[in-house]
Design a protein around this ligand. Structure first.
Ligand SMILES: Nc1ncnc2c1ncn2[C@@H]1O[C@H](COP(=O)(O)OP(=O)(O)OP(=O)(O)O)[C@@H](O)[C@H]1O
Length: 224
């Protein structure tokens, strides 16, 4: 089986050729195996968001290769990258970005409708996902009627709604108190184990990092 994510010698330079040029990534190599959950820790400004955007096909590297689920997307056009991003990758950010006027279940149904899933099947899948993370009873609440931890669990369910093989998360518990952060992390691991999901999760929390399958550290533009 192909690796879920392969980064091979990935480089990124901001303001290339200018006096304020920054070489953020200097040859990042990373393999995330199928079903593997990898923690990425990095000092602030080390380039973790840049790396997650490149891995998530939201940004292009200045050098190196990005391969998602065996599909080498290096140098591919926007259309192929967008298609791969929609079908293969789920994102979660520090702030959940749920649609405030829609309920929890609707927030998980909508991306499935956009992908062509029938409403009934989308609703069933959304409720199953909410059940896996223990908040099915909150299905009809709007984000404003949910706690921060519940909102973030809905955001995980939404990211997984269309069954991506790879989840990329940027400080998904960074905004939560330690107890809630723990619950949300457990929910994520339950989802990952239930669905065979691979994940790369940036976190400042070394305790949480230690509970993932492996930790990599981004330092001086390379992963160690
Ligand atoms: N579009 C851009 N143009 C120029 N410089 C940028 C740009 N985006 C990011 N940078 C710089 O690149 C470096 C890495 O940024 P990035 O956002 O990837 O860091 P980070 O590790 O995610 O930081 P944090 O943990 O503080 O969010 C920073 O020095 C930042 O100022």
């Amino acid at each position: 089986m192909s690796e879920a994510l392969l980064l091979d010698g990935v480089e990124k330079v901001y303001n290339q050729g200018q006096p304020n040029e920054i070489k953020v990534l200097r040859g990042v190599d990373l393999t995330v195996a199928p079903g593997e959950v990898v923690a990425m820790v990095a000092p602030s400004g080390a380039g973790k968001s840049t790396l997650l955007h490149i891995a998530g096909l939201l940004d292009t590297p200045d050098g190196g290769r990005v391969v998602i689920g065996g599909n080498d997307l290096t140098g591919k056009g926007d259309r192929a990258r967008t298609a791969a991003r929609r079908s293969e990758i789920g994102f979660v950010y520090q702030f959940h970005h749920l649609l405030p006027e829609f309920t929890a279940v609707e927030n998980i149904v909508l991306p499935q409708l956009a992908a062509g899933v029938a409403r009934g099947a989308a609703q069933t899948r959304a409720l199953e996902l909410l059940d896996t993370v223990g908040i099915k009873p909150r299905a009809d609440h709007r984000p404003g009627e949910l706690s921060g931890g519940e909102q973030q669990r809905v955001a995980f369910c939404r990211a997984l709604a269309n069954g991506p093989g790879l989840l990329l998360a940027d400080e998904p518990t960074g905004n939560l108190d330690p107890g809630t952060s723990d619950q949300v992390f457990e929910a994520l691991m339950t989802l990952a184990r239930a669905t065979g999901l691979s994940a790369l999760i940036a976190t400042h929390n070394l305790e949480l990092a230690a509970r993932m399958d492996r930790t990599v550290r981004l330092d001086a533009g390379v992963l160690v």
